[in-house]
Design a protein. Sequence first.
Length: 263
Amino acid sequence: MAKQPTVIHKLYGGEVEIEFRENPYHTYKLLSTGQKLLSVTSITGIIDFPKDVAMRWAIGLAKDRLAGYLAEREDLIDKKELENVVNEALAMYCSKREEAASNGSLVHAWAESYARAKMEDSPMPSIAEDLPDQVIAGINGFLDFVNSRNVKFLEVERLVYSKKYDYCGLFDALVEIDGKKYVVDWKTSKAIYPGMLAQVAAYRNAFQEETGENVDTLIVRFDKETGEFEYKDISSSYEDDLAMFIALVTTKKRIKEIEKSLA
């Protein structure tokens, strides 16, 4: 495997240096100690997408595939052919999950390009005609949000680190809306889940810890089916959401200890 490119981020006035690698997963290392840091998303991943929701989705995909196949076939079904379609149905969860992740990444990438263009007063990115419909819908939701709220972009893809709780993360944007500053994360999921509130609270906490600046918290979800956006200001629940995240940090660290002892 080719060596991943790294970026060194200097935080807290240069006092803290974080080595960041983007692919295949976001990884962070504290250069002063060589310690690999827990990421916000790995911590909130404990509860980000409830297993019962994922299971119902996976079963539903398989059921739909099988029902569609059987409706098309009124003749006798060959056993080998049936085995193949069953295997295809059972694999649909993985293929659909990968497709959704890819489309979501494309929406995020376009939104980042747009925000940077706005900040630098440079030409806006184009929307390629060959993009999947779901990506175009997500981009349209993003644009509707930006235009309807008169969003001013201050930073994009900001890396943050909490000295107090020893975690690292990368949030999508720092924006200003109606005179208020928000740490904001874009979502292209089917819904907003509890772990997402903990995630944004963690970003806000680390940002405030480093800068001393008080900001608010915001989640904006772009629906890849309808092209609509869901705007959720979660500033009022920040303290509770941060407490949830801190509990998850403790849980995640204990899980890693147990996994290491059982290896």
